[in-house]
Unconditional design. Sequence first.
Length: 95
Amino acid sequence: MRAFPVLLSFFAFSHWAVAQDAVGEAYRLDTAGQTVRAEQLLRSAASEPGSGPDALEAYAGFLEARGRPEARAAYEKLLASLPRDQGARRARAAR
């Protein structure tokens, strides 16, 4: 029973770490001119079950920076995923 909280923390951290890796790799790809691959990577990270707000925010920002109409839906998904106590982050997503 004691191992359960440890395992739960490990899995939560591993999801966060994978999302962070995807965001970093997408940035690297984008700056190297591989924009399509960067978008695919961010879309995949944002659509993973249990993906956190970091991956959703990165994908929405990527789309917005390129004037893509899908940005609105991505921001709405981000807004729905954020807890009420993250006011500043919710305000950014709601813009």
